[in-house]
Design a protein around this ligand. Sequence first.
Ligand SMILES: NC(=O)c1ccc[n+]([C@@H]2O[C@H](COP(=O)([O-])OP(=O)(O)OC[C@H]3O[C@@H](n4cnc5c(N)ncnc54)[C@H](O)[C@@H]3O)[C@@H](O)[C@H]2O)c1
Length: 339
Amino acid sequence: MRILVTGGAGFIGSEYVRSALRGDLPGSAGVHVTVLDLLTYSGNPANLEEVRDHPRFRFVQGDTSDPVVVDEVVAGHDVIVHFAAETHVDRSIASAARFVQTNVLGTQVLLEAADRHRAGRFVHVSTDEVYGSIPEGTWTERSPVAPNVPYAAAKAGSDLLALAWHRTRDLDVVVTRCTNNYGPHQYPEKVIPLFVTNLLDGLRVPLYGDGRNVRDWLHVSDHCRAIQLVLLGGRAGEVYHVGGGTELTNRELTDRLLRACGAGWDMVDHVPDRPNHDLRYSLDITKIREELGYAPRVPLERGLAETVAWYRDNRAWWEPLKNAAPAVAGRGLPRRVTA
Ligand SMILES: NC(=O)c1ccc[n+]([C@@H]2O[C@H](COP(=O)([O-])OP(=O)(O)OC[C@H]3O[C@@H](n4cnc5c(N)ncnc54)[C@H](O)[C@@H]3O)[C@@H](O)[C@H]2O)c1
Protein backbone atom coordinates (compact mmCIF):
# COMPACT_ATOMS: atom_id res chain seq x y z
CA MET A 1 0.00 0.00 0.00
CA ARG A 2 1.30 3.47 -0.96
CA ILE A 3 0.15 6.04 1.59
CA LEU A 4 0.32 9.79 1.09
CA VAL A 5 0.45 11.52 4.48
CA THR A 6 -0.11 15.27 4.46
CA GLY A 7 1.22 17.18 7.46
CA GLY A 8 3.48 14.23 8.28
CA ALA A 9 6.16 16.43 9.84
CA GLY A 10 3.79 17.65 12.55
CA PHE A 11 2.93 16.16 15.94
CA ILE A 12 0.32 13.53 15.05
CA GLY A 13 1.27 13.00 11.40
CA SER A 14 4.87 12.17 12.29
CA GLU A 15 3.74 9.69 14.96
CA TYR A 16 1.58 8.04 12.29
CA VAL A 17 4.50 7.89 9.81
CA ARG A 18 7.03 6.53 12.32
CA SER A 19 4.58 3.88 13.57
CA ALA A 20 3.51 2.86 10.06
CA LEU A 21 7.09 2.41 8.84
CA ARG A 22 7.97 0.46 12.00
CA GLY A 23 5.01 -1.81 11.15
CA ASP A 24 3.39 -0.97 14.50
CA LEU A 25 0.00 0.01 13.06
CA PRO A 26 -2.51 -2.65 11.98
CA GLY A 27 -1.90 -3.68 8.36
CA SER A 28 1.17 -1.47 7.98
CA ALA A 29 3.80 -4.12 7.19
CA GLY A 30 5.57 -3.17 3.95
CA VAL A 31 3.72 0.13 3.38
CA HIS A 32 5.35 2.92 1.38
CA VAL A 33 4.89 6.41 2.84
CA THR A 34 5.19 9.78 1.14
CA VAL A 35 4.93 12.85 3.35
CA LEU A 36 3.70 16.12 1.83
CA ASP A 37 4.40 18.92 4.29
CA LEU A 38 4.98 22.64 3.93
CA LEU A 39 7.18 22.72 7.05
CA THR A 40 5.39 25.64 8.66
CA TYR A 41 6.46 26.69 12.18
CA SER A 42 4.92 23.48 13.60
CA GLY A 43 6.32 21.11 10.97
CA ASN A 44 9.71 19.81 12.00
CA PRO A 45 12.10 17.58 10.01
CA ALA A 46 13.47 16.35 13.35
CA ASN A 47 10.13 14.57 13.87
CA LEU A 48 10.98 12.37 10.87
CA GLU A 49 14.65 11.79 11.72
CA GLU A 50 13.95 8.14 12.59
CA VAL A 51 12.61 7.37 9.09
CA ARG A 52 14.63 9.83 6.98
CA ASP A 53 16.72 7.09 5.34
CA HIS A 54 14.04 4.41 5.33
CA PRO A 55 13.85 2.77 1.87
CA ARG A 56 10.05 3.03 1.82
CA PHE A 57 9.92 6.71 2.84
CA ARG A 58 9.83 9.85 0.69
CA PHE A 59 9.48 13.49 1.76
CA VAL A 60 8.08 16.27 -0.41
CA GLN A 61 8.06 19.84 0.86
CA GLY A 62 4.99 21.56 -0.52
CA ASP A 63 1.70 23.27 0.15
CA THR A 64 -1.56 21.30 0.11
CA SER A 65 -3.26 24.35 -1.39
CA ASP A 66 -0.89 24.33 -4.41
CA PRO A 67 -2.72 22.36 -7.15
CA VAL A 68 0.41 21.72 -9.22
CA VAL A 69 2.40 20.19 -6.37
CA VAL A 70 -0.59 18.24 -5.09
CA ASP A 71 -1.46 16.83 -8.49
CA GLU A 72 2.07 15.48 -8.93
CA VAL A 73 2.28 14.03 -5.45
CA VAL A 74 -1.15 12.38 -5.29
CA ALA A 75 -0.51 10.37 -8.47
CA GLY A 76 0.53 6.82 -7.69
CA HIS A 77 -0.84 6.64 -4.14
CA ASP A 78 -3.46 4.13 -3.01
CA VAL A 79 -4.65 6.08 0.02
CA ILE A 80 -4.35 9.57 1.52
CA VAL A 81 -4.27 10.36 5.23
CA HIS A 82 -4.82 14.09 5.52
CA PHE A 83 -3.40 15.70 8.67
CA ALA A 84 -2.04 18.97 7.25
CA ALA A 85 -3.70 21.93 8.91
CA GLU A 86 -3.15 25.08 10.87
CA THR A 87 -4.01 23.86 14.36
CA HIS A 88 -3.57 26.45 17.09
CA VAL A 89 -6.80 28.10 18.28
CA ASP A 90 -5.08 31.24 19.64
CA ARG A 91 -3.38 31.86 16.31
CA SER A 92 -6.71 31.47 14.49
CA ILE A 93 -8.33 34.08 16.73
CA ALA A 94 -5.45 36.48 16.04
CA SER A 95 -5.46 35.89 12.28
CA ALA A 96 -7.67 33.40 10.46
CA ALA A 97 -6.69 33.74 6.79
CA ARG A 98 -4.03 31.04 6.86
CA PHE A 99 -6.50 28.68 8.55
CA VAL A 100 -9.00 29.08 5.73
CA GLN A 101 -6.27 28.76 3.10
CA THR A 102 -4.76 25.56 4.50
CA ASN A 103 -7.65 23.85 6.24
CA VAL A 104 -10.39 24.58 3.71
CA LEU A 105 -8.69 25.31 0.38
CA GLY A 106 -5.88 22.80 0.99
CA THR A 107 -8.45 20.07 1.62
CA GLN A 108 -10.41 20.99 -1.49
CA VAL A 109 -7.26 20.85 -3.66
CA LEU A 110 -6.42 17.42 -2.26
CA LEU A 111 -9.96 16.11 -2.78
CA GLU A 112 -9.93 17.28 -6.40
CA ALA A 113 -6.58 15.58 -7.03
CA ALA A 114 -7.71 12.39 -5.29
CA ASP A 115 -10.79 12.35 -7.49
CA ARG A 116 -8.82 13.06 -10.69
CA HIS A 117 -6.35 10.26 -9.97
CA ARG A 118 -9.05 7.94 -8.60
CA ALA A 119 -6.94 7.48 -5.47
CA GLY A 120 -8.42 4.98 -3.03
CA ARG A 121 -9.46 5.88 0.47
CA PHE A 122 -9.16 9.48 1.71
CA VAL A 123 -8.98 9.71 5.52
CA HIS A 124 -9.73 13.24 6.63
CA VAL A 125 -8.40 13.80 10.16
CA SER A 126 -10.57 16.20 12.13
CA THR A 127 -11.40 17.29 15.64
CA ASP A 128 -14.12 17.34 18.30
CA GLU A 129 -13.84 21.14 18.24
CA VAL A 130 -16.13 21.28 15.17
CA TYR A 131 -19.12 20.67 17.46
CA GLY A 132 -18.65 23.78 19.61
CA SER A 133 -19.18 23.24 23.33
CA ILE A 134 -21.39 20.84 25.32
CA PRO A 135 -22.00 21.51 29.05
CA GLU A 136 -23.17 17.93 29.71
CA GLY A 137 -23.75 14.72 27.75
CA THR A 138 -21.77 13.65 24.68
CA TRP A 139 -21.84 14.28 20.95
CA THR A 140 -22.53 11.42 18.55
CA GLU A 141 -21.43 11.42 14.91
CA ARG A 142 -24.93 12.69 14.04
CA SER A 143 -24.65 15.84 16.15
CA PRO A 144 -24.63 19.06 14.10
CA VAL A 145 -21.37 20.97 13.74
CA ALA A 146 -21.47 24.37 15.48
CA PRO A 147 -17.89 25.65 15.73
CA ASN A 148 -17.08 28.70 17.86
CA VAL A 149 -13.53 29.65 16.86
CA PRO A 150 -11.95 30.16 13.42
CA TYR A 151 -9.76 27.03 13.74
CA ALA A 152 -12.79 24.85 14.38
CA ALA A 153 -14.87 26.64 11.73
CA ALA A 154 -12.18 25.99 9.11
CA LYS A 155 -11.92 22.34 10.18
CA ALA A 156 -15.72 21.98 10.03
CA GLY A 157 -15.67 23.48 6.53
CA SER A 158 -13.09 20.93 5.44
CA ASP A 159 -15.07 18.05 6.99
CA LEU A 160 -18.19 19.08 5.10
CA LEU A 161 -16.26 19.41 1.85
CA ALA A 162 -14.74 15.96 2.28
CA LEU A 163 -18.16 14.41 2.92
CA ALA A 164 -19.63 16.31 -0.04
CA TRP A 165 -16.95 14.82 -2.32
CA HIS A 166 -18.11 11.40 -1.20
CA ARG A 167 -21.76 12.18 -1.86
CA THR A 168 -21.34 13.91 -5.20
CA ARG A 169 -18.29 12.17 -6.68
CA ASP A 170 -18.39 8.85 -4.83
CA LEU A 171 -14.87 9.49 -3.51
CA ASP A 172 -13.99 6.97 -0.78
CA VAL A 173 -13.88 9.48 2.09
CA VAL A 174 -13.93 8.78 5.82
CA VAL A 175 -13.69 11.49 8.49
CA THR A 176 -12.25 11.00 11.98
CA ARG A 177 -12.97 13.47 14.79
CA CYS A 178 -10.69 13.15 17.78
CA THR A 179 -10.36 14.68 21.22
CA ASN A 180 -7.21 16.43 22.53
CA ASN A 181 -3.98 14.54 21.88
CA TYR A 182 -0.84 14.54 23.97
CA GLY A 183 2.55 12.86 23.67
CA PRO A 184 6.09 13.46 22.39
CA HIS A 185 6.95 15.88 19.52
CA GLN A 186 4.03 18.26 20.16
CA TYR A 187 4.94 21.86 19.36
CA PRO A 188 5.39 23.65 22.70
CA GLU A 189 2.58 26.17 22.26
CA LYS A 190 -0.08 23.58 23.14
CA VAL A 191 -0.97 23.32 26.81
CA ILE A 192 0.83 20.12 27.85
CA PRO A 193 4.23 20.71 26.20
CA LEU A 194 4.03 24.43 27.06
CA PHE A 195 3.43 23.75 30.75
CA VAL A 196 5.92 20.88 30.97
CA THR A 197 8.77 22.71 29.22
CA ASN A 198 8.14 25.87 31.25
CA LEU A 199 8.19 23.89 34.49
CA LEU A 200 11.34 22.01 33.45
CA ASP A 201 12.96 25.44 33.00
CA GLY A 202 11.69 26.71 36.36
CA LEU A 203 9.26 29.09 34.60
CA ARG A 204 5.67 29.87 35.56
CA VAL A 205 2.70 28.48 33.61
CA PRO A 206 -0.32 30.46 32.34
CA LEU A 207 -3.73 28.94 33.14
CA TYR A 208 -6.69 30.38 31.23
CA GLY A 209 -9.45 31.86 33.41
CA ASP A 210 -10.61 29.71 36.30
CA GLY A 211 -9.38 26.49 34.62
CA ARG A 212 -12.78 24.81 34.67
CA ASN A 213 -12.80 24.03 30.92
CA VAL A 214 -13.03 20.29 30.33
CA ARG A 215 -11.11 18.32 27.68
CA ASP A 216 -10.84 14.61 26.96
CA TRP A 217 -7.18 13.53 26.62
CA LEU A 218 -5.89 10.80 24.33
CA HIS A 219 -2.34 9.57 23.78
CA VAL A 220 -1.21 10.28 20.22
CA SER A 221 -0.40 6.60 19.61
CA ASP A 222 -4.03 5.66 20.34
CA HIS A 223 -5.21 8.31 17.87
CA CYS A 224 -2.93 6.95 15.13
CA ARG A 225 -4.08 3.38 15.67
CA ALA A 226 -7.70 4.55 15.44
CA ILE A 227 -6.97 6.36 12.17
CA GLN A 228 -5.44 3.17 10.81
CA LEU A 229 -8.49 1.11 11.86
CA VAL A 230 -10.72 3.62 10.06
CA LEU A 231 -8.44 3.56 7.01
CA LEU A 232 -8.69 -0.23 6.84
CA GLY A 233 -12.25 -0.89 7.93
CA GLY A 234 -14.34 2.29 8.20
CA ARG A 235 -17.38 2.68 5.98
CA ALA A 236 -17.09 5.21 3.14
CA GLY A 237 -18.90 8.49 3.77
CA GLU A 238 -18.96 7.97 7.54
CA VAL A 239 -17.63 10.01 10.46
CA TYR A 240 -15.87 8.17 13.32
CA HIS A 241 -15.22 9.63 16.74
CA VAL A 242 -11.94 8.87 18.50
CA GLY A 243 -11.54 9.60 22.21
CA GLY A 244 -9.72 8.64 25.33
CA GLY A 245 -12.48 8.57 27.91
CA THR A 246 -10.39 10.66 30.31
CA GLU A 247 -12.04 14.03 30.81
CA LEU A 248 -10.19 16.52 32.98
CA THR A 249 -10.73 20.17 33.81
CA ASN A 250 -7.73 22.31 32.93
CA ARG A 251 -7.20 22.76 36.68
CA GLU A 252 -7.01 18.99 37.14
CA LEU A 253 -4.63 18.68 34.20
CA THR A 254 -2.47 21.49 35.57
CA ASP A 255 -2.37 19.78 38.96
CA ARG A 256 -1.15 16.52 37.39
CA LEU A 257 1.53 18.33 35.37
CA LEU A 258 2.73 20.30 38.39
CA ARG A 259 3.06 17.10 40.40
CA ALA A 260 4.80 15.27 37.53
CA CYS A 261 7.34 18.11 37.35
CA GLY A 262 7.75 18.46 41.12
CA ALA A 263 6.26 21.98 41.22
CA GLY A 264 3.41 23.60 43.18
CA TRP A 265 0.48 25.93 42.48
CA ASP A 266 2.70 28.93 43.25
CA MET A 267 4.07 28.43 39.71
CA VAL A 268 0.66 29.11 38.10
CA ASP A 269 -0.42 32.48 36.69
CA HIS A 270 -4.14 32.91 36.08
CA VAL A 271 -4.35 34.73 32.74
CA PRO A 272 -7.44 36.25 31.05
CA ASP A 273 -9.52 33.59 29.34
CA ARG A 274 -9.78 33.10 25.58
CA PRO A 275 -12.76 34.91 24.07
CA ASN A 276 -15.76 32.54 24.07
CA HIS A 277 -13.58 29.67 25.34
CA ASP A 278 -15.47 26.39 24.74
CA LEU A 279 -16.37 25.01 28.17
CA ARG A 280 -16.40 21.29 27.41
CA TYR A 281 -15.91 18.81 24.58
CA SER A 282 -17.11 15.22 24.88
CA LEU A 283 -17.38 12.51 22.24
CA ASP A 284 -19.37 9.27 22.25
CA ILE A 285 -16.97 6.63 20.82
CA THR A 286 -19.46 3.73 20.68
CA LYS A 287 -19.38 3.60 16.86
CA ILE A 288 -15.63 3.05 16.40
CA ARG A 289 -15.56 0.67 19.36
CA GLU A 290 -18.40 -1.51 18.06
CA GLU A 291 -17.61 -1.36 14.32
CA LEU A 292 -13.81 -1.43 14.39
CA GLY A 293 -12.89 -2.79 17.83
CA TYR A 294 -11.09 0.39 18.91
CA ALA A 295 -10.27 1.09 22.53
CA PRO A 296 -7.61 3.41 23.89
CA ARG A 297 -4.63 1.52 25.32
CA VAL A 298 -2.48 4.12 27.06
CA PRO A 299 -3.80 5.05 30.53
CA LEU A 300 -3.54 8.79 31.17
CA GLU A 301 -1.37 8.38 34.27
CA ARG A 302 1.30 6.40 32.40
CA GLY A 303 0.97 8.43 29.19
CA LEU A 304 1.50 11.73 31.01
CA ALA A 305 4.46 10.37 32.99
CA GLU A 306 6.12 9.12 29.78
CA THR A 307 5.38 12.40 28.02
CA VAL A 308 6.95 14.47 30.80
CA ALA A 309 9.97 12.13 30.72
CA TRP A 310 10.27 12.58 26.93
CA TYR A 311 10.38 16.39 27.21
CA ARG A 312 12.86 16.09 30.09
CA ASP A 313 15.11 13.87 27.96
CA ASN A 314 14.73 15.78 24.69
CA ARG A 315 15.62 19.39 25.40
CA ALA A 316 17.51 19.54 22.11
CA TRP A 317 14.16 19.05 20.35
CA TRP A 318 12.16 21.81 22.07
CA GLU A 319 14.66 24.44 23.23
CA PRO A 320 15.30 25.84 19.73
CA LEU A 321 11.54 25.97 19.09
CA LYS A 322 10.84 27.97 22.25
CA ASN A 323 13.73 30.34 21.70
CA ALA A 324 12.72 31.06 18.10
CA ALA A 325 8.97 31.22 18.68
CA PRO A 326 7.17 34.26 17.27
CA ALA A 327 4.89 36.08 19.68
CA VAL A 328 1.23 35.10 19.35
CA ALA A 329 -1.90 36.38 20.96
CA GLY A 330 -3.52 34.61 23.90
CA ARG A 331 -1.39 32.42 26.14
CA GLY A 332 1.27 32.34 23.45
CA LEU A 333 4.69 30.95 23.96
CA PRO A 334 6.49 32.82 26.70
CA ARG A 335 10.17 33.21 26.08
CA ARG A 336 12.74 32.68 28.75
CA VAL A 337 11.53 34.98 31.48
CA THR A 338 12.29 34.00 35.04
CA ALA A 339 9.54 32.84 37.35
N1 LIG B 1 -3.48 18.02 18.28
C1 LIG B 1 -4.69 17.59 18.61
O1 LIG B 1 -5.00 17.48 19.80
C2 LIG B 1 -5.69 17.23 17.54
C3 LIG B 1 -6.90 16.64 17.94
C4 LIG B 1 -7.83 16.26 16.95
C5 LIG B 1 -7.52 16.48 15.61
N2 LIG B 1 -6.34 17.06 15.26
C6 LIG B 1 -6.06 17.27 13.81
O2 LIG B 1 -4.93 16.47 13.50
C7 LIG B 1 -4.18 17.10 12.45
C8 LIG B 1 -2.73 17.22 12.89
O3 LIG B 1 -2.65 18.01 14.07
P1 LIG B 1 -1.26 18.24 14.82
O4 LIG B 1 -1.57 18.51 16.23
O5 LIG B 1 -0.31 17.17 14.47
O6 LIG B 1 -0.80 19.60 14.13
P2 LIG B 1 0.65 20.25 13.95
O7 LIG B 1 0.40 21.71 13.95
O8 LIG B 1 1.62 19.65 14.90
O9 LIG B 1 1.09 19.76 12.48
C9 LIG B 1 0.52 20.29 11.33
C10 LIG B 1 1.43 19.91 10.16
O10 LIG B 1 0.83 20.36 8.94
C11 LIG B 1 1.82 21.02 8.17
N3 LIG B 1 1.15 22.02 7.33
C12 LIG B 1 0.52 23.15 7.74
N4 LIG B 1 0.04 23.82 6.67
C13 LIG B 1 0.36 23.07 5.57
C14 LIG B 1 0.13 23.24 4.19
N5 LIG B 1 -0.54 24.30 3.70
N6 LIG B 1 0.60 22.31 3.34
C15 LIG B 1 1.28 21.22 3.81
N7 LIG B 1 1.53 21.02 5.11
C16 LIG B 1 1.08 21.95 5.99
C17 LIG B 1 2.76 21.64 9.18
O11 LIG B 1 4.03 21.94 8.60
C18 LIG B 1 2.82 20.55 10.24
O12 LIG B 1 3.82 19.60 9.93
C19 LIG B 1 -4.87 18.43 12.17
O13 LIG B 1 -5.68 18.28 11.04
C20 LIG B 1 -5.71 18.68 13.42
O14 LIG B 1 -6.85 19.45 13.12
C21 LIG B 1 -5.42 17.45 16.18
